[in-house]
Design a protein around this ligand. Structure first.
Ligand code: URA
Ligand code: URA
Length: 244
């Protein structure tokens, strides 16, 4: 982000000058809501994060709006934005809403979602502690695989969600999520799972999709092994942060 200002320490007055300059150029609005700015200010003062992130997520939701950017819009009941903690350390990213998700407007609330919830609990967390979202925000008809034009139209949203939340780790659920996030169209989930990859500086662990695990319960043990690696990584990253 903002390559132009790296290496330069901005002072308060610089921002004021910049705003005056933008106003002189005729700009009347910044692409951020006043509410978001106020929340960021509160975050800075309180030394916490999450409140600003929460309203940035709300801004993003507003920006997506009644999305008509791809052909899936015509089939949906609800757009499924994502759910969970804006300051989550761990983010789960699936493929696309299914039937139940489309009806409720929430991610992973069907059978696969129940299995995901059990995994999260087994990892010692609650659903509210993590953030859950999908690559596609709208359900493909009959749950078919996402098509390229749909991924192109939608990927900006998951990228922005990741940038806002800045999780310590991402678990990519299934082949499609891993392929899209890592831009590795030939990635095979069976060989990629269990290994950390890099997404813009964030470690990402591909694992089996919970819907796949419902059909192949013998592989649950492998996803549990992946989850244990993720938990160990979170512990080590957290320890490093508190000691520095
Ligand atoms: N499968 C997904 O990939 N995402 C959901 O939200 C539900 C099922
Ligand atoms: N195929 C997929 O697309 N995802 C899985 O998790 C397993 C097999």
């Amino acid at each position: 982000m903002g390559g132009a200002i790296t290496g330069m320490r901005l002072q308060r007055g610089d921002i004021q000058d910049l705003l005056t300059y933008y106003q002189a150029l005729g700009f009347e609005a910044l692409p951020i809501s006043l509410a978001a700015i106020r929340n960021i200010k509160q975050d800075v003062e309180a030394g916490t994060h999450g409140v600003g992130r929460k309203s940035l997520l709300e801004d993003l939701k507003e920006y997506i709006g009644d999305c008509q950017r791809c052909k899936l819009a015509q089939y949906r009941t609800n757009l499924v934005f994502g759910a969970g903690s804006a300051s989550a350390r761990l983010m789960f990213i699936g493929e696309a809403p299914g039937k139940e998700e489309d009806l409720q407007g929430l991610p992973f609330v069907g059978d696969a979602g129940m299995l995901l919830t059990r995994l999260i609990v087994k990892m010692g967390m609650r659903r509210e502690d993590v953030y859950i979202a999908n690559i596609l925000k709208c359900r493909p008809p009959l749950n078919r695989d996402p098509e390229d034009d749909e991924i192109s139209a939608c990927r900006e949203f998951i990228e922005k969600q990741i940038r806002i939340i800045r999780p310590q780790i991402i678990m990519a659920l299934g082949r499609v999520a891993a392929q899209v996030l890592l831009e590795m169209p030939n990635l095979r989930i069976t060989s990629a799972r269990g290994h950390f990859f890099d997404y813009k500086g964030i470690p990402i662990m591909p694992t089996f999709h919970p819907a796949y695990l419902l059909r192949n319960p013998k592989d649950k043990i492998l996803t549990w092994a992946d989850a244990q690696k993720v938990m160990a990584k979170i512990s080590s990253l957290t320890a490093r942060r508190t000691h520095s």
